[in-house]
Design a binder for this molecule. Structure first.
Ligand code: AHG
Ligand code: MN
Ligand code: MN
Ligand code: MN
Length: 335
């Protein structure tokens, strides 16, 4: 390890100058997320040894079978953020509705809300493959001191103050942006600190990896089928390589380092796509744009979409700029 690496804590303090607020509220919020990530990491790391694998026999509001780790990670992030009284509202993939946090004295003077996918890549938990956490942070638009309302959560992605993910992989990393580029921090498990290991992440403009669940091919729109054919043609530096983990966080992370495109389009079986706009696509789109990449629903910029529902789904095309633009060219032929 390089000795001169900053810890995440030091980095947050050094970057406080970027935020207009001087209350330290935003820094304390990031520190709480860091703490919750370490707790979840500890459990994920020994998942095969403790009774945390498998499902709980329940479904979330979207009809997905909840895994024990989905529920555990949700509890950790919710409790950490609620007990430390750091935010005024939270929405989570695993909660039916948003939660308004009153605070000790009955009024809550905090101004930030958090949207979270506590455990991304549920299907990979039991097979020891990388999973993640995704978070998105906004300032509330309703007055401070009153209960939060649904409109605080339905802001378009371009209003995000910060967003990031944790990838529990071969090493555990926390990657985030507060609108001034993207930085990655690797956890040193012996010490329990995250260190700045990947300053100023950038997607290569062009890439050679495409990531999509090709098992759904027959159900894809024609534009996606045509783009996949383009990726597989032997011409001009093609065929590209196909890589798909099935954890958005891990697929995104690899593509940001190596250059690639991630796609979860609409299909005949999922006419709205699968991924959720508020706590999956918006934060990843903000990170992508901050890292010189691009994110669309095939036609429109993700960050411009005005949300209408907490658990809204949206098709997602994200990654290296030129690849996302090329995919959009094929989509545009079938408006
Ligand atoms: P989650 O585990 O939070 O519900 O998210 C699952 C998402 C995403 O991580 C992944 O890219 C995608 O679902 C995989 O879906 P398929 O198994 O349909 O390919
Ligand atoms: Mn899920
Ligand atoms: Mn997810
Ligand atoms: Mn999830």
């Amino acid at each position: 390890m390089k000795n001169n690496n900053l810890t995440l804590g030091e980095f947050i303090i050094e970057n406080q100058k970027h935020y207009k607020s001087t209350t330290g509220e935003f820094s304390r919020l990031l520190s709480s997320i860091k703490l919750a990530a370490k707790i979840v990491n500890y459990k994920v790391n020994k998942a095969g040894l403790v009774d945390i694998l498998g499902d709980v026999g329940d479904t979330n509001i979207q009809g997905e079978d909840q895994q024990k780790l989905d529920v555990y990670a949700n509890e950790v992030f919710m409790e950490t953020l609620i007990n430390r009284e750091i935010v005024c509202g939270i929405a989570s993939e695993e909660e039916d509705d948003f939660v308004s946090i009153k605070g000790k004295r009955g009024t809550n003077e905090n101004k930030y809300i958090v949207l979270i996918d506590p455990l991304d890549g549920s299907s990979n938990i039991d097979v020891n493959v990388s999973v993640g956490t995704i978070f998105s942070i906004y300032k509330r638009i309703t007055p401070v001191g009153s209960p939060v309302e649904i409109k605080d959560f339905l802001q378009s992605g371009s209003q995000q103050v910060a967003a990031g993910y944790v990838v529990y992989g071969t090493s555990t990393m926390l990657v985030y942006t507060s609108g001034h580029g993207v930085n990655g921090f690797t956890l040193n498990p012996a010490i329990g600190s995250f260190y700045l290991s990947h300053p100023n992440f950038k997607f290569p403009e062009e890439g050679k990896i495409y990531s999509i669940n090709e098992g759904n091919y027959v159900h894809f729109p024609q534009g996606v089928k045509d783009y996949l054919k383009y990726c597989q043609e032997e011409k001009d530096n093609r065929p590209y390589t196909s890589r798909y983990i099935g954890s958005l966080v891990s697929d995104f992370h690899r593509n940001m380092i190596k250059g690639g495109i991630y796609m979860y389009p609409t299909s005949a079986i999922g006419p709205k796509g699968k991924l959720r706009l508020l706590y999956e696509c918006n934060p990843m789109a903000f990170l992508a744009e901050q890292a010189n990449g691009k994110a669309t629903d095939g036609y429109r910029r993700i960050l411009d979409i005005k949300p209408t529902e907490l658990h809204q789904r949206v098709p997602f095309f994200c990654g290296s700029k030129k690849m996302v633009e090329k995919a959009a060219e094929f989509m545009a032929k079938y408006p």
